[in-house]
Design a protein around this ligand. Structure first.
Ligand code: FAD
Length: 540
């Protein structure tokens, strides 16, 4: 199979398949009888010239005389042999297992660790503190409508993990030489995701599709001999002479186990404390804090797509912004949700946390993203590996107070924030956050350096997206769960550096940031664990 890159079609083409076929024949200078088939591997968008937007394709092409063409195009960087991206299992479990691996957490990391282990025949037991996704949806949407927060069933906890109610963006910057990302996307498509996620350059799924996909993947794991237990929180680890021997659950049940994937996400603060008390080696890690910013999506579309705003292929536009500030801090946009809503993402009573989500259609009126400032343990929360958690919690509790102590989020118009004046009245941008916002002054919510950095960055971002600093755009607070505040150190064997059999994984352990990278990490860790079980004394 040949891989052709940089094949271009104008946005306004007539017939994609006919025009791509013609482009292939012209690029390779072959006639139609030589072309067997082709598939689109990736489709990107080049919108640098807004009046002449181009679609940029990577195509996998089957031809009659591949060897000859490879020789002919040996010096052309855009004609190559397509890499084999099919997933290959590293091992298979024998039929008689002495023990089963445990996976803790059913977010993307635990889901893929569990799925791969099940597909290899290791019959994992998956423990998830939250509820099955439908029941969890009721609790989460209930909270957004003003019902009480359930600290064990919310945006952060439950089947599907933290990204279930999200924009479902499925791209990542992690290095992926073994093409695990393809495996993840293929499994998602098998579970009902739109096929286009396999080829568009910035795939997303949206909330409602994710819910039913997660259910299908659960059924698949169970059909393969895996077991999934909800409302099962791991409250204690048993460690004997540096080897994991078992866990205690919240109902007091003890499960013995020598191989455990710990994929608890970045919000499992009680679990982090439990691990620290049990002696698991943990380090503090940098993360970011800030606000959600909301604008009208039409403003972003007009800026990114110009006269092509509204085109169905382009969809709702996104942005990615970075500004290095005079005070040495960096402010950046994060988890941008085109055509989406700001959501209440708290998991602790008495705290307000913001995040964002969209539906697949991305048809909501507003664009939102986190505008956050990077912070570092040595400088901003020194002294204890878990000090970052305390900082997050303090900010979330301060936001709760400022919002009126009923889970409304404190918010301020951008113009007022830049002037340092409290907001009293909304402008054109209507807030999407539920259960609601309280207009106020956010100046003193974040540390002074963070407020100063964001004040400097917003006008700088205006240079890239006209309207970004518009006075009636909205800031909603507080954004604290951008990534894990800790790293549970693991060695090259993927096991904790001081507890054998414990495989820290995913975002909570500090090895991923986002759905795709967490899922990829789950696969990596599952493979390492399976190989270790295979070679060890755990198998007859
Ligand atoms: P998690 O998804 O956090 O899963 C951890 C699981 O472990 C949870 O289900 C939790 O209940 C469970 N758990 C915790 N402690 C225990 C315990 N002691 N015992 C048993 N179970 C436990 N990323 C993207 O790439 N694209 C997006 O569009 C996107 N949008 C987001 C929107 C929102 C609202 C949020 C909150 C996050 C979003 N993210 C997005 C981030 C993404 O969700 C995370 O990066 C990803 O879910 C991390 O996966 P994980 O499996 O490592 O952890």
């Amino acid at each position: 199979m040949l891989r052709l890159t940089e094949i271009k079609l104008p946005l306004h083409h007539q017939d994609e398949s006919a025009e791509l076929k013609a482009a292939i024949l012209s690029k390779l200078a072959i006639d139609e009888s030589n072309l067997v088939s082709y598939t689109v591997f990736k489709r990107g968008i080049d919108a640098r010239k807004k009046t002449d937007i181009q679609l940029i394709y990577t195509l996998d092409v089957e031809v009659q005389d591949e060897a000859h063409l490879l020789r002919r195009f040996a010096k052309d960087p855009h004609v190559n042999l397509a890499p084999d991206t099919r997933y290959k299992f590293v091992t298979q479990a024998p039929s008689h297992l002495k023990s089963r691996p445990i996976v803790v957490g059913l977010g993307p990391c635990g889901l893929f660790a569990g799925l791969i282990l099940a597909q290899m025949g290791f019959k994992p037991i998956i423990l998830e503190r939250g509820k099955a996704v439908r029941e969890r949806t009721k609790d989460t949407f209930g909270f957004w409508r003003g019902q009480a927060l359930n600290p064990e069933s919310n945006v952060q906890y439950g089947e599907g993990g933290a990204g279930t109610f999200s924009d479902g963006k499925l791209y990542s910057q992690v290095k992926d030489p073994k093409h695990y990302g393809r495996k993840v996307l293929h499994e998602f498509v098998t579970a009902g995701a739109p096929e286009e996620i396999l080829y568009v350059s910035k795939p997303h799924i949206g909330t409602y599709k994710l819910v039913s996909m997660v259910e299908k993947m659960r059924a698949n794991i169970i059909a393969l001999g895996g077991e999934i237990r909800f409302s099962s929180r791991v409250d204690q680890l048993h460690i004997n002479e540096g080897q994991l021997t078992g866990v205690t659950l919240n109902n007091g049940e003890v499960l013995s186990c020598q191989h455990l994937v710990l994929a608890v996400g970045h919000s499992a603060r009680d679990t982090f404390h439990m691990l620290y008390d049990a002696g698991v080696y943990i380090e503090a890690k940098p993360f970011s804090v800030g606000f959600r910013i909301e604008h009208e999506q039409s403003m972003v579309d007009a800026c990114r797509w110009g006269p092509n705003a509204g085109n169905a292929i382009l969809g709702a536009a996104d942005y990615k912004l970075v500004h290095h500030c005079k005070n040495g801090r960096t402010v950046y946009s994060f988890c941008m949700c085109p055509g989406g809503t700001v959501v209440a993402a708290a998991s602790e009573t008495g705290g307000v946390v913001t995040n964002g989500m969209s539906q697949y259609s991305r048809h909501e009126r507003n664009a939102n993203s986190a505008i956050v400032v990077g912070i570092h343990p040595e400088q901003d929360y020194p002294g204890h590996p878990l000090a970052g958690i305390e900082l997050q919690r303090a900010l979330e509790q301060a936001a709760f107070e400022l919002g009126g102590k009923d889970y409304r989020a404190p918010a301020q118009l951008i113009g007022d924030f830049l002037k340092g004046e409290s907001s009293a009245e909304l402008g054109d941008v209507k807030p999407s956050y539920t259960p609601g916002i309280t207009l106020t002054d956010l100046t003193s919510l974040l540390p002074e350096f963070a407020t100063a950095a964001i004040r400097e960055a917003i006008p700088a971002f205006e240079q890239q997206i006209r309207g970004f600093a518009k006075a009636d755009g909205l800031l909603t607070a507080v954004e604290t769960r951008t990534s894990s505040p800790i790293c549970i150190k693991r060695g090259i064997d993927f096991q904790s550096i001081n507890v054998k059999g414990l495989y820290p994984a995913g975002e909570g352990a500090g090895y991923a940031g986002g759905i795709l990278s967490a899922a990829i990490d789950g696969i990596r860790v599952a493979e390492a664990l399976a190989l270790d079980m295979q070679k060890g004394a755990n198998i007859d």
